[in-house]
Design a protein. Sequence first.
Lengths: 626, 317
Amino acid sequence: MKKNRWKIILIIISIVATLWYLYPTYKDINYQKKLSELRGEDSLKFVQQHIDDIQKVKQKRIKLGLDLQGGMYVALEVDIVKMLDNLAKNKDETFRQILAEVKKKAVVSQEPITSILLREFQSRGIRLSRYYGDIRQSDSEIISELEKQAEDAVDRALEVIRNRVDKYGVAEPSIQKQGSNRIVVELPGVKERGEVRQLLQSTAVLEFKLLKPADIAIKVMQTIDNYLAGKGVVDTTDTLRTTASSDTTKKDTVKTIASELGADTTAGLSEFERFKKEHPFFAYVRVDEQTGIGFVLARDKKMVEYILSRPDVVNLIPPDFEFVWSAKPFTAQDGNQYYNLLAVKKDPEITGKVITEARATIDPDNNAPIVIMRMNSEGAREWARITGANINKHIAIILDGTAYSWPVVRTKIIGGSSQIEGLDSPEEARLLEVVLKAGALPAPLEIVEERTVGPSLGEDSIQKGLKAALLSFIVIVLFMVIYYSTGGFIANLALVLNIAFILAVLAGFNATLTLPGIAGIVLTIGVAVDANVLIYERIREELAIGRTLRSAIDEGYSKAFSAIFDANITTFLTGLILYNFGSGPIQGFALTLMIGIIANLFSAVFITKVIYDIIAEKYPQIVKFG
Amino acid sequence: MRFIGKTNIKFIEKRRIWYAVSLIFILAGLISLIFRGIPLGIDFLGGTEVVVRFEKPVSIGDVRSAIAQIGLAKSEIKTYGTHNEILIRTSEQMEGTKIGEMILSALQSKFRDNKVEVLNEEKVGPRIGAELRRKAFYTVILSLIVMLVYIGLRFKPIYGVGAVVALFHDVLITLGFCSIFSSVSYFNIEMNQSLLAAILTLVGLSVNDTVVVFDRIRENLKLHKSMDFISLVNKSINETLSRTIITSGTVIVVLIILLIVGSEITRGFAFALTIGMITGTYSSIYVASSLVVDITLSRQKREEKKKLLKKQPVMTK
């Protein structure tokens, strides 16, 4: 017992850790169940009450792959051939011939398209500067410039897609850059394929809109607030309202007692409840009276969005008036995340098409990050008029309906070159550069891979996968008990731990469970008992040649170990190779396979040995190997 | 309980017969692979694949005529799972995702009183398909080399050779069976990423049995120094037979459950792996161990010859 103390502690720690990692998954499943029972505003309310916890468990639970929960997987690539076509100047017949050749070769080659282009030019003895860049630039300079253009296009598209997907409201989207010119988007639960394609591929719209004067913005918000308060409370469900109001009265009595006792926290809460009843809109939206800009807690954003989308509320908003959200939340001094709600004039002053250049840089005078923006001559003329007429007013830079910045106009800007100052960080400047350029897309994106799994197929796959796992489990468990008696029982214990470990590690590493992943678990159920079979068969042999139980167990474990180790290592190595080859689902399989092997060595060899050390000493009569 | 007690089967003595059996299976598989092949899945081929579910059962012919109207007569059309579910695949490449939309609207106009729902839609561009094909090939080769090196280092180089030839044998027979059974639509076999995953897993798992036997040979070599090699290998195989059968048995049972109960999507995977496990168990005895015996014996013979040569008197002037 004593010599195993540290081993036992290790085992207990690992089991506790397993439960700790699996708990969020269990809780999330419970929340989902609860949410599916609620409707409309009730569910919004429930989400709002538990928002922190719901988000926490969502992040920590075992993620399901797209093949299990349904959704879309889209890989986009910058259409470089098209970009080359768009960027070239003085295009002639030779150029078109070369480009056609490049296009043909690009399909079958693994090489970067720019190098194919370069070779085509060189083989014809033409310099790239004939069509691109500057006459003094060398071929390699132009190539690296073109590559930079392609990469910029990817960054731009990344921001545009992020912004749109956020607005579209997908639950847990994943948008990633893969390599230098591929974007992989995963949208769980999405069914509208057409809409998503539109979302990912259509050209971005960049607009400059004037902020409404503060007094008008506040007046409109007040109208909404009054209307909502007059009609009752935000929620329309009668039962909920009555319970809510009775709650308030109860809290009021509590408050009087509590305030006498000096307990401020409860008082604050019920004060808010009362404020919320009188000002259902301003309870969520705090307004800066100077600018008329609203501040909304990140967790309240959905609620406010919902209020603003109600048809009766929409009717209260003047026709030339529009609410837009800021693109990213910011962290205020109170430590909370806030979004800004801006009231803008609906018609844009000017669109982003006139922008010829945008560059994030550093102001040499004070080292502050700034963005320089240039417009074409037509835009510059318009811009001078707009800025001249709106000095000291805010103009919001809006991409696809969300505002990225709303600088104040200081002077009339003549000549089309503007400078945006007062940015918090170089990152913010860089983001603004990307946004300002997004209106013009020299390099369109094309969908190179798309996979959609309908939710019913995913559901079906989970059901069948779980059924296969359960049935395999039962068959193996029964077999082990029948064949190895109490030894089988202990092996089964190890098997249960093994499966729990796999799931916990998946949750802990934020990995994704896919359908092949489930197949991997089923396979693990079959393979996991191998180690125990090897050991038990060996113990039987040792018992047969007349060893005592204790020494047969020790011999069995030590002699079987080399075979178990080698066998597991070889499987692990193939898992590793597979992981590096595969995409999404297959990686999921390789991952469960590899985790399963390590978990197996721990549970089937290490843990069972400790168990035998204990019970073979204390209760040798129950130790049997069939 | 015990299935197999002490056995004394003369495995190695009969190895020539089983070499022949293996060769026949491999040849049959190769012929099928050459003439029929394994249909390439969308992952490797590129193109568009749509799985739709109709409310009421439909005939393949009707679907085909609807698809032919939009100029995709060459598409592959088959039932998928139940008779309401149809898979349509075309290698036609078109900009964006137009093909999927075309197929859906063609089906909707043909079957007006039968609701169509898209279960699954995949589009893989030609560049990606080619990229995957190349990677898949290298991956399998890489895994075999890794096994060769690992077993060679852990045991002796000739054991590595025996194990890898056995693995190659398993992979060939499995691919052969997949090709032969690819016409049975139930198994849903096609050359895609999950079949490749099955092949690689098979490489990892099938080497397990081989390792167990080799491990016992290594142990017995130390214990019985005077025993002749054939009997020693035979003894090792017989001693490990029970565990070989049980460990493979549990895996095979689980795979058959996955094949029958599991999702259609993992069926091809389960089929390939089932075949692979069966041949893997067989090959650990009749290919890996037998080859090690043959290589060792021929080496011994060569060395004896050398010794004999040395003993001959040398003419000197």
